[in-house]
Design a protein around this ligand. Structure first.
Ligand code: DC
Length: 226
C-alpha cells in the first residue's frame, strides 16, 4: 500500500520528459491548490552535484553508493517549495549547471540512489499534501494516488525551451537514458492521463491539468490565483 492511503494528506503526481513544462505546471497547481510543490529532479541533481564535487566518476556505482552512505541529505520546504541540502549546504542554482545536466541520468540510474530518494520523497507526505513532479512519481513513488498526469511535449519544443533558458542540456539523450534504464524508467503509469503541452500557454496548460485532476476526482479548493 502506498503512503497516499495511510495519511490524510494527498499527492498529485506529475511525470514527464525533460523540459516538457511539468515543473511550471506543478508550481502553478501548487499555488492554486495551496499545496507544497516538490521537485524530485532537484534531489537527483543534488546527489549528482555532490558526487561530482567529490571527484567521483558518475559511472562508478560502487563509489557513488559508498559516498551516498556518508551524505547527510536534508529535505525540507521554504514557503510552498521543496528544498534540499547536502552536508549542510543548501543547493539551488548549482543544480542547473551543464555538468550536472550531463551526469544526472547516470547517477539517477543507480538503484541505491533511487531507493534512498524515493523514501525521502514519500516522507514529505507525512507533513503535507503536495504536487510532486519527476519521472517515476506516478509509477513508483505514489502509485496509489488517483491524481496522476503525464506531461509531454514534442522534442523540438522541449529543446527550444531549454535553449531559451540559456542552458546546455542534451534533452534527447537524457530522455533516452531516463526511459531505457532498468530501475524505474520514465513511463506513462497506469491511471496517468497524458497532457500534451506542445502548444499550450502556461495558463491553458494549468487549466488543462486542473480539468484532468477534476476528472480524477479532485475536489480540493482552487484559489483561482495564477
Ligand atoms: O526533472 P529534472 O530534469 O530536473 O530531472 C533531472 C534528472 O533526474 C532526470 O534526467 C532523471 C532524474 N530523475 C529521476 O530519475 N527520477 C525523478 N523522479 C526525477 C528526476
Amino acid at each position: 500500500m502506498g503512503l497516499s492511503q495511510q495519511s490524510s494528506h494527498f499527492a498529485i503526481a506529475i511525470d514527464g520528459p525533460a523540459a516538457s513544462g511539468k515543473s511550471t505546471i506543478a508550481k502553478h497547481l501548487a499555488r492554486r491548490l495551496g499545496l507544497v510543490m516538490v521537485n524530485s529532479g532537484a534531489m537527483y541533481r543534488a546527489v549528482t552535484w555532490k558526487v561530482l564535487s567529490l571527484g567521483i566518476d558518475p559511472d562508478d556505482r560502487d563509489a557513488i553508493v559508498h559516498a551516498l552512505r556518508a551524505m547527510d541529505i536534508q529535505c525540507g520546504t521554504a514557503g510552498n517549495f521543496s528544498t534540499i541540502a547536502i552536508d549542510g549546504r543548501l543547493l539551488d542554482e548549482e543544480l542547473r549547471g551543464t555538468e550536472v545536466n550531463l551526469a544526472v541520468s547516470r547517477v539517477a540510474a543507480a538503484p541505491e540512489v533511487r531507493a534512498l530518494l524515493v523514501q525521502l520523497q514519500r516522507d514529505y507526505l507525512q507533513h503535507t499534501s503536495l504536487v510532486m513532479e519527476g519521472r517515476d512519481i506516478c509509477s513508483i513513488v505514489f502509485p496509489d494516488t488517483p491524481y496522476k498526469i503525464y506531461v509531454d511535449a514534442s522534442e523540438d519544443v522541449r529543446a527550444a525551451r531549454r535553449s531559451a533558458e540559456g542552458v546546455t542540456d542534451s534533452v534527447a539523450a537524457r530522455d533516452r537514458a531516463d526511459s531505457n534504464r532498468t530501475t524505474a524508467p520514465l513511463i506513462v503509469a497506469d491511471g496517468a492521463i497524458v497532457l500534451d503541452n506542445s502548444d499550450h500557454t502556461v495558463a491553458s496548460a494549468v487549466e488543462a491539468a486542473l480539468d484532468i485532476l477534476r476528472s480524477q476526482g479532485l475536489s480540493h479548493e482552487d484559489s483561482g490565483d495564477t
